[in-house]
Design a protein around this ligand. Structure first.
Ligand SMILES: CC(=O)CC(=O)O
Length: 700
């Protein structure tokens, strides 16, 4: 079988590694601790062997606090989930709003071409007035939050009443969304958002579980050039939440015109303007709260069961996100970050933390393909973006459409191009580096909603090798386990991504869980007792220590006893991406029918291209040459659509279940739920292959 790492070719090397944040941090630790950690490899080893590393990180990241911690880590109510920095008092929003000056904090843009800017001073004022209205309303309502008490809410000034109320938002990626999140955080509330393209059921599946008292909703947005009237969805969500204890819904004005829009027929609904007018105008107070105090609720994808409500702590999110931004991307206060995301992906929460580094953040709402992909790239170039976060799927699309970014702009200022969310194939590494001018760090990262940070990512002081994530993140004890829980990292074989030591952004709880966190432990710590299993399939290059994440481990393909990730097939398929728009590769193993798993590859052709037997032969031969005969899919089929989540991730697990005979109800997270129907017929594959053999496939 071909090795995962055929070339280990260097894609890029930093001409001045000594000036990177990560090197400054390493030198600081050496000085402070009297150590001689020579390079990143030694630094990483130190960081996972000594909890004092997190004390160093606290200092280096310049965490703002009012009471220092007594200790770094201590036991908590949930086994395997420690309490970090006991005794410390701090506030997430205060850490993000320290820069109270006239530099631009946020630039908001979108398809219409309209750009709005907001300085740090203005942002702080917005947060002040929103927090004041939230306090006024919360204290008037004086609500209790039934069934949500947990040890993590201890020691908050309001008991477990006001400060633990979740404030929810179905909002666009806008200055208003950032303001709502920070205002909530300033008073110790919990913020949770979804994007406006989430279906009503998807929103209710999440929010029913956490029973919000406030919900903020957009009424009208623009997507792909079309005005989307959200009033029906808004009414349905508010009505649905009223049954679950909602006290007040606040509707935002149109995101297109700024005009107020009436949402009739639902009680306890007010406009944002009226809500803000109810504030007292008091000064902004940043409640000083424990490190583990809850900040955000994020949701698991919900593609194979109800979404889990993952509660993240203020201190954990703060430390981990700014550590990743400063270490991986080399973020400085002179940077402009553009992370393409909606408010429903953890990358939104990740992005917001960049304010703590004092840099400018670009908030883009809308489709990157409207009015044209070229216009979107021009926006990024013209905005002077220095750190750009996007998805491999987006880059594959630019490549597949044969667009030359350098004909659109020079992308001169770009220092870091960061990708996450899916497997990044070696051809995408090489194409991207060249296509955007070559003078930047190409960072591939992998982490997840479950930890609101990354396990593995970039190291600006080290070379980037084609196809490889550079290293494990500082403080993250990532290892590769086989099915029996044996570390197989040194063998260069793929296995489960596990994290063998705790870190500050472990979820503090799953909402609705028992006080001893049974559901949380069953989800993450049961497969390998006491060890975090992320559910990703990864391999480490023994030579470079670079990493490949090959896909989700529940989607691992296992024909004839060979285990491999779908990402390996996608890498080969990248060579066909000018004619094939997208593909999905899954295993099929029907209970009581199939003895072995077979691999099925589904292709969505680009408009104007045909799936022919010669293309099928060519694909099979490429996979055989690049990987091995055992990797060649048993069957390749053309389909009209590939199911993806609203965050653009291929939904392999649902397709695998469908073709293996399960009756699956699409969840609200599927962006194109109709597409799942296209796969049901493949559970009777004999009929299809039979038909195919006699050459009347078109009937299908
Ligand atoms: C950092 C990430 O890995 C993001 C994701 O899970 O989509």
């Amino acid at each position: 079988m071909a090795s995962y790492f055929d070339s280990s070719r260097i894609l890029w090397e930093n001409p001045q590694p000594q000036f990177t944040n990560v090197e400054t941090f390493r030198r600081m630790v050496n000085r402070k601790r009297g150590l001689n950690l020579k390079d990143y490899h030694e630094f990483h080893k130190y960081s996972i062997e000594n909890y004092s590393f997190w004390e160093d990180a606290w200092q280096h990241l310049r965490i703002i606090y009012s009471v220092p911690p007594q200790n770094v880590i201590t036991g908590g109510p949930i086994p395997n989930v420690p309490v970090w920095f006991p005794g410390a008092r701090l506030n997430y929003a205060e850490n993000l709003l320290w820069r109270n000056d006239d530099s631009i904090a946020c630039t908001a843009g979108g398809e219409s071409g309209k750009v709005t800017e907001c300085t740090f001073r203005e942002l702080r004022l917005k947060v002040q007035s929103t927090a004041s209205a939230m306090r006024a309303n919360g204290l008037q309502i004086g609500d209790r939050v039934a069934g949500m008490q947990s040890t993590i809410f201890l020691e908050n000034r309001y008991g477990s009443d006001f400060a633990s109320l979740p404030h929810l938002a179905v909002v666009t990626n806008s200055i208003e969304a950032v303001t709502l999140a920070l205002a909530t955080a300033s008073i110790g509330g919990i913020y949770s958002s979804t994007a406006t393209d989430m279906g009503t059921q998807g929103i209710l599946d999440r929010y029913h579980q956490i029973q919000p008292k406030f919900v903020f909703l957009e009424t009208e947005v623009m997507y792909a050039g079309k005005t989307v009237d959200l009033r029906d969805k808004v009414s349905a969500v508010i009505k649905g939440l009223h049954e679950h204890g909602l006290k007040c819904a606040i509707v935002l004005p149109s995101a297109i015109t700024g005009k107020e829009i009436e949402v009739g027929g639902v009680r306890n609904t007010i406009t944002l303007r009226k809500f803000l007018a109810s504030g007292t105008g008091n000064e902004l107070i940043f409640e000083q709260l424990p490190f583990n105090h809850p900040l955000f609720i994020l949701y698991s994808s919900g593609t194979s069961g109800p979404p889990k409500c993952i509660v993240h702590s203020a201190g954990g999110v703060l430390m981990q996100t700014i550590k990743d931004q400063r270490m991986f991307f080399d973020m400085k206060d002179t940077d402009t970050l553009f992370q393409f995301t909606t408010t429903g992906w953890m990358m939104w929460n990740f992005m917001v933390s960049s304010l703590a580094s004092g840099c400018r953040m670009i908030l883009y709402d809308g489709s990157p393909f409207h009015p044209t992909l070229e216009a979107y790239l021009k926006f990024i170039n013209d905005a002077g973006v220095t750190l750009w976060g996007t998805s491999p799927r987006f880059l594959a699309e630019v490549k597949g459409r044969k667009i030359s970014p350098l004909k659109i702009g020079s992308f001169e200022g770009l220092r870091t191009l960061a990708v996450t969310g899916a497997v990044v194939t070696p051809p995408i590494f090489e194409w991207s580096q060249k296509a955007f001018g070559g003078k930047f760090l190409f960072v591939s990262t992998s982490g997840g909603t479950d930890v609101c940070c990354a396990f593995v990512g970039g190291v600006p002081s080290l070379p980037v090798h084609v196809g490889e994530i550079q290293h494990k993140a500082l403080g993250m004890a990532v290892e590769v386990f086989d099915e029996d829980g044996k570390n197989i990292e040194h063998t260069g074989q793929a296995g489960e991504l596990v994290c063998t030591r705790p870190h500050p952004s472990l979820p503090v709880m799953l909402w609705g869980d028992t006080p001893d966190g049974k559901k949380l432990r069953d989800t993450y710590f049961n497969f390998y007792p006491g060890i975090w299993r992320q559910g990703d399939f990864m391999v480490v290059n023994p030579k470079t220590k670079g990493i490949m994440v090959l896909g989700r481990s529940d989607g691992v393909l296992n024909p004839n006893g060979v285990r491999f990730g779908s990402g390996e097939i996608y890498t080969v398929m990248e060579n066909f991406n000018t004619i094939i728009e997208d593909c999905i590769c899954v295993g099929q193993c029907r209970p009581n029918i199939d003895e072995h798993e077979r691999v099925l590859l589904f292709l969505k052709m680009r408009a104007g291209n045909k799936f022919t037997t010669s293309l099928e032969r060519e694909i099979k031969s490429s996979i055989r040459t690049a990987l091995s005969a055992r990797h060649v899919p048993s069957y390749i089929f053309e389909v009209e659509d590939i199911p993806v989540t609203i965050n653009g991730k291929k939904i392999e697990i649902a397709v695998k279940q469908i073709v293996s005979g399960s009756t699956l109800k699409p969840s609200g997270t599927v962006a194109n739920p109709e597409s799942l129907k296209l796969y049901f017929k493949y559970k009777n594959i004999e009929e299809i292959v039979e038909i195919d053999r006699v050459g009347v496939k078109s009937k299908l």
